[in-house]
Structures are given as C-alpha cells and as structure tokens.
Write a protein that binds this ligand. Structure first.
Ligand SMILES: [Zn+2]
Length: 186
C-alpha cells in the first residue's frame, strides 16, 4: 500500500473585528509579530494586527503581568510564527477557518495509507476533508465509510472533527475518486 502525507493547514487566519485607529475600517489581519513590555519581573504580551485596508498596526492583548516562566516569552520575543498562528486561531475561535490540504493527494487508482497532520486546529469534519480533497460528495464519503474510507487511528465517525494527527486507508479509482462498494457484493 502506498503512503501519502497530507498537511491540513489554515488558508487564512481569523481576522479581528476592531476599528482601525487610522482609518476606522473594522478588519484587522494577524501578523507574526509580538510586542513584549517588561516591568521588572512582570511582562505584558500583545499580538500585532494590521488593518487590511491601510496597513496600520494595532496591538491585541494576550497576557498581562505574567512572570518569566518556561520558553514561552522567548518565543514571543523571537516573533515565533507558530505561536502567532495558534494565538490568532484561539482568539478567533468560533470563526470559520478556510483550510487547504498540502501534499500529493492521490497517485492513480489503488489503496493508500494517508497520514494527516494538522499543526493548527482548523476544526474540519472528516467527511468534509476527504470529500473536498478527493473531489467527491460528502454522501459518497459517508457511504464509503469503513470500506473505501477506513479511519485507522483514531477510530472515528464521518462527522467527527479531524484530530491533530490521524491515519487513514483510502481506496481510490481511476479518476481519483473514492471507491464505494456496490450493495450486495463484498
Ligand atoms: Zn486602517
């Protein structure tokens, strides 16, 4: 069985609905930059956003008066892009996150072992993920569940949210579509 590696990634991070101080436009996009202000042992941390119309920066408060502990403040001082994306997703929770799958999606007909890695939570349902990635309907995914689509680890249902890492067996036909078993035949 051939192996594929899919990375499920946000196509865009949630925006902040807050009036821009320069132009008043209410749509600010997250950057990968932090601001850390220190007063003796006490530290404040902000994530910087930019107005999507005029580019003016705005600070969004993340942590107030925290102590230096562990590696977290160092990540903010270094403008760690992973930490910025995780904060933007957490602050924008509830918003729909546009997503994309990166990686070779399928390679001709046959059985594939697919490892799906999701470094940032996109909150995508399993049937949505497979339907859009393989260009078929969600009802086709659900009817192929357990045969053409087999969740190996963890065991899951079609409407479950895809976890951070998962393993799948997918059976794909000549056109790169999921194979659905014909009723009455094994
Ligand atoms: Zn603006």
């Amino acid at each position: 069985m051939r192996s594929l590696h899919w990375r499920l990634l946000p196509a865009e991070l949630p925006r902040w609905s807050q009036p821009c101080r320069a132009c008043g436009h209410r749509e600010l996009a997250p950057t990968t930059r932090f601001r850390v202000n220190s007063n003796r042992a006490s530290h404040d941390v902000w994530l910087l956003y930019e107005c999507v119309r005029c580019g003016a920066p705005s600070k969004r408060s993340l942590l107030r008066r925290v102590r230096e502990h562990g590696p977290s403040l160092a990540r903010y001082r270094a403008n760690d892009a992973d930490a910025a994306a995780l904060w933007a997703l957490q602050l924008g929770r509830g918003a729909r996150v546009p997503w994309q799958v990166v990686g070779p999606l399928s390679e001709g007909p046959g059985d594939f072992h697919v490892h799906i890695e999701q470094p940032y939570p996109c909150r995508v349902r399993a049937d949505q993920l497979i339907a859009r990635t393989l260009g078929c309907s969600r009802s086709r995914v659900r009817s192929a569940w357990g045969s053409g689509v087999v969740p190996i680890e963890p065991k899951s249902a079609p409407r479950d949210i895809v976890p951070a890492t998962s393993e799948w067996a997918l059976r794909v036909d000549e056109e790169g579509r999921l194979t659905v078993p014909v009723p009455g035949r094994s």
